[in-house]
Design a protein around this ligand. Structure first.
Ligand code: KE4
Length: 433
């Protein structure tokens, strides 16, 4: 494939934006070589500025569960924009969105719209601290909850990819209030509560982790967190920025039947526009300004155009959509796994509904340490091979592939065939090395 225009634009971008990107993982630093610069997308396909076409498994990192430039979403955005883009005042759209979020997730008795997942998590943490009067937060290694100071302690996703256990610029005071345990390890959580008696405001968890690659909760893990949090009078926060409306219309909490005290949302509820939300128990949300003492605000929170994209997306999420994306993802999982077996490439695939990660390791991946055992060089070679074959994968071993309602059987077949050829090259080159 010719990438001359991408290379020229990216070279320029690097002079004006750190790493030439507005979010680190886009730089392809984790897989080597420069990124392709995307020009447009339709359905399950994207095109770069050199005219190369790709089957897209990033989908803007999750929001595009329906696919790119879906007519009903584009129409909703343009019709809303024609009446004005933003007022900084209450609108009907915000009420409609609040109703659409709280009805499928009854744990969210009240909700506040914000403009990103990071903002949703940051605000939920503040609500938990204000409600409980305690400072410490438990998170899990390899889980990523956005880039607010307190959450960048052994974060996953981009930070994990860059192998930075913490981020520079985080005052000691923040890091010491964030305790980390291993995902799927309830004993570790018990130990933290024992060592920090009466000081822990909340546990925050991705109910299905997707930022160290996809890692599923072991049986009893989420129930255990619920039990411990209630016993210790701490709040349980589900970060459903990825899993919300992805795993099911009611999110992971409806799949695993565990009720959090607060939930954070993003991505799909914006349909590709900047939207986040947090919400939960009425008594907890009662601490949030203007009714309570915990301040939180945002110029474009609940922006009507962004909300219109989200509403149009949620309206399309019928049961048949989930059936389709889950079965396509299952087909992809089976095809990749048998292709790898055929050439003896050691891979482990973790899937939850329509999100999946293929780890270049033969071991089970159940937490951050086991995810890190993956062969990142093999992943990098595989990623490049797939890109040249017209398959656009997340450019990091520690991310999830997203299957959308626009993906087709032929997309899946093309992906499996490309992977089969790539495994042969990756495995063969490993044999030589
Ligand atoms: P944003 O601030 O990026 O909208 O959301 C932060 C966030 C919070 N919680 C979870 C579970 C998340 O996955 C994210 C963001 N996800 C990454 C992809 N793994 C965003 C991609 C990027 O950083 O560019």
């Amino acid at each position: 494939m010719d990438h001359k225009k991408s290379q020229r634009i990216f070279k320029q971008s690097q002079k004006l934006m750190p790493g030439g990107v507005n979010s680190p993982v886009r730089s392809f630093a984790a897989v080597g070589g420069g990124p392709v610069v995307i020009a447009r997308g339709t359905g399950s396909h994207i095109w770069d500025v050199d005219g190369n076409e790709y089957v897209d498994y990033v989908g803007s990192w999750g929001p595009l569960i329906l696919g790119h430039a879906m007519p009903q979403v584009v129409r909703a955005v343009s019709e809303t924009a024609r009446n004005g883009l933003s007022y900084g005042a209450p609108t009907r759209q915000e009420l409609a969105m609040a109703e659409m979020i709280t009805s499928p997730m009854p744990s969210m008795e009240m909700v506040r719209m914000v403009s990103s997942g990071t903002e949703a998590v940051m605000s939920a943490i503040r609500a938990a601290r204000a409600y409980t009067g305690k400072d410490k937060i438990i998170k899990f290694e390899g889980c990523y909850h956005g880039h607010s100071d307190g959450m960048l302690v052994k974060a996953g996703s981009g930070v994990l990819t860059f192998g930075v256990a913490d981020s520079a610029g985080i005052p000691e005071g923040y890091a010491k209030n964030t305790l980390t345990a291993q995902y799927n390890d309830l004993n570790g959580v018990e130990a933290l509560f024992k060592a920090n008696k009466g000081q822990i405001a909340a546990i925050i968890v991705e109910p299905v982790a997707a930022n160290m690659g996809v890692v599923l909760p072991k049986a009893g893990f989420l129930d255990g967190l619920r039990r411990i949090a209630s016993r210790e009078r701490a709040l349980l926060i589900f970060d459903e920025v990825i899993t919300g409306f992805r795993l099911a219309y009611g999110g992971a909490q409806s799949v695993y039947k565990v009720t959090p005290d607060l939930t954070c949302l993003g991505k799909i509820i914006g349909g590709g526009m900047p939207v986040g939300a947090y919400g939960g128990r009425q008594d907890v949300m009662g601490v949030i300004s203007p009714v309570g003492p915990a301040y939180q605000a945002g110029t474009l929170s609940g922006n009507p155009v962004a909300i219109a994209a989200g509403i149009a997306t949620l309206k399309a999420l019928k049961p048949s959509i989930y059936k389709k994306i889950d079965s396509l993802a299952a087909e992809l999982e089976d095809g990749l796994s048998s292709a790898a077996k055929r050439v003896g490439t050691p891979v482990t695939i973790n899937r939850a509904g329509s999100i999946l990660t293929m780890f270049f390791t033969s071991r089970q991946v159940v937490d951050y340490p086991s995810a890190k055992k993956s062969d990142l060089k093999a992943f990098g070679r595989y990623f490049r091979d797939m890109l040249e074959a017209g398959i656009y994968l997340p450019p990091s071993q520690f991310e999830a592939m997203f299957v959308s309602a626009s993906h087709t059987q032929s997309d899946i077949k093309k992906t499996i065939d490309a992977a089969s050829a790539a495994f042969k090259r990756t495995f063969a080159s490993k044999m030589d090395s």
